[in-house]
Design a protein around this ligand. Structure first.
Ligand SMILES: Nc1ncnc2c1ncn2[C@@H]1O[C@H](COP(=O)(O)OP(=O)(O)O)[C@@H](O)[C@H]1O
Ligand SMILES: [Mg+2]
Length: 324
């Protein structure tokens, strides 16, 4: 198997401080026990509403967030805290694209220097090699060589995200974490940026972890998806499992919230949404503990896992068999 990164039982709890002495009074359970593994050349989706812990997972993987507990393995070896933070082989192979590139790029740096940064950190390129590579990167994302001397604010949002893609891909990482990379863009521009990512994947066999709050956006990108709610996974499966055979009421709710383009189906969709919402209100006890916590994932097929109370499992198996 070509699994190269495995995240095991990751927890990130942020302390909440209050009072005169600024003592820790509670914790935000931003990520509360999730496991994920990545194989080469695949695209993974991480989808959930705002505040569910998606960015925290991404930042933990690239070492920008302090992990409360859990482990990360790279090529079977545990990645130490130090290796997550410094210029290690691991960090070379895991890069991130952020939602808002205007704030993730240094506004005083020219694009040439922004793209050169990973090359200078991780390679020993001569100035000529560096220049050649930067031009190649610009052409991969459809920008001309003149971009080199410009500043981030001189580009449109879509162009800047493409520069973010170019920077992430510069040192040919195995995994690119793309945190809502197109959420701030118009629909037509979104498609364009996504297409560049697909092209890069086809060329370099890069894996992507695609973070989004919208199941509609990632539909055509992802081989496998994790659905996230309050720091936990409610469901994990292939694209087929999630979009054609969703089992957790939260997944169903997210699916019914995808905006519909076709006006002919609007009434029908409204009915579906109402039904899903009713189901959500009536059956939430099967899917969440008394404290509102999402249950542990249980496999219901070789590819599909659902977070559900054990007693409900036989019922679910029947439903899944019936659907096949
Ligand atoms: N540095 C922080 N300190 C305290 N709470 C945080 C911090 N960063 C994120 N959180 C909280 O953790 C939860 C998950 O945040 P985040 O991972 O950004 O969610 P998402 O990316 O899904 O919108 C949210 O409740 C957020 O308010
Ligand atoms: Mg986020």
């Amino acid at each position: 198997m070509s699994e190269f990164i495995r995240i095991e039982d990751l927890k990130v709890h942020y302390p909440i401080r209050s009072g005169f002495f600024n003592r820790i009074t509670d914790y935000v359970y931003a990520v509360d026990g999730v496991s994920l593994s990545f194989e080469e050349g695949k695209t993974y989706g991480l989808v959930g509403e705002s505040g569910s812990g998606k960015s925290t997972i991404g930042k933990s993987i690239i070492g920008l967030e302090k992990i409360t507990s859990g482990n990360i393995y790279y090529q079977g070896q545990e990645v130490s805290k130090e290796a997550r933070n410094r210029r290690s082989e691991y960090r070379r192979n895991v890069q991130m694209i952020f939602q808002d590139s205007l704030s993730s790029f240094n506004p005083k740096k020219r694009i040439g220097d922004i793209l050169a940064e990973p090359l200078r950190n991780f390679t020993n390129f001569t100035p000529d090699e560096e220049k050649k590579k930067i031009n190649e990167l610009l052409s991969i994302v459809g920008l001309s060589e003149e971009a080199v001397n410009k500043f981030p604010h001189e580009f449109s949002g879509g162009q800047r995200q493409r520069i973010g893609v170019a920077r992430a891909v510069a040192i040919n990482p195995k995994l690119i974490i793309a945190d809502e990379p197109v959420s701030a863009l118009d629909l037509s521009v979104q498609a364009q940026v996504l297409n560049f990512m697909k092209r890069i994947q086809a060329e370099y066999n890069t894996s992507f972890l695609f973070i989004s709050h919208d199941l509609g956006v990632v539909r055509h990108m992802c081989d496998e998806l994790a659905i996230m709610y309050r720091g936990r996974f409610t469901e994990y499966g292939t694209r087929e499992d999630i979009y054609s055979n969703p089992q957790h009421i939260y997944t169903k709710r997210l699916l019914s919230a995808i905006p519909q383009v076709d006006p002919n189906n609007r009434d029908q969709n409204k009915l579906v949404r109402l039904k899903v919402e009713k189901d959500y209100q009536q059956n939430s006890a099967k899917y969440y503990s008394e404290t509102g916590r999402v249950y542990d994932l249980v496999p219901i097929s070789p590819t599909h896992k659902v977070a559900i109370k054990d007693q409900v499992l036989p019922e679910l198996h029947k439903a899944v068999e019936g659907a096949e």
